[in-house]
Design a protein. Structure first.
Length: 79
């Protein structure tokens, strides 16, 4: 009762949407960071191409405002 909500009122739907947005932005930041590392790994021949493909699919899903779990990955990409 004495805890003040950041937005001044409690709205579970808004709060859930905000949390999901923050999670998606964090996921996208991690995917982009890993893709940058993959580019460096490709130059040195250490890249895992299945991982690169998976990251690109996940980035596309996140850029379409969908959660990463909606990305369609094959078995090799899931590893």
């Amino acid at each position: 009762e004495n805890v003040i909500h950041v937005d001044g009122s409690v709205d579970p739907v808004r709060d859930a949407e905000l949390i999901n947005l923050e999670l998606a932005l964090s996921d996208l930041a991690q995917v982009e960071k890993r893709l940058e590392r993959m580019k460096k790994d490709r130059k040195s021949g250490k890249a895992n191409e299945a991982e690169g493909t998976a990251l690109e699919k996940i980035a596309a899903v996140l850029n379409n405002d969908e959660p990463a779990r909606n990305a369609k990955l094959d078995d090799a990409e899931e590893e």
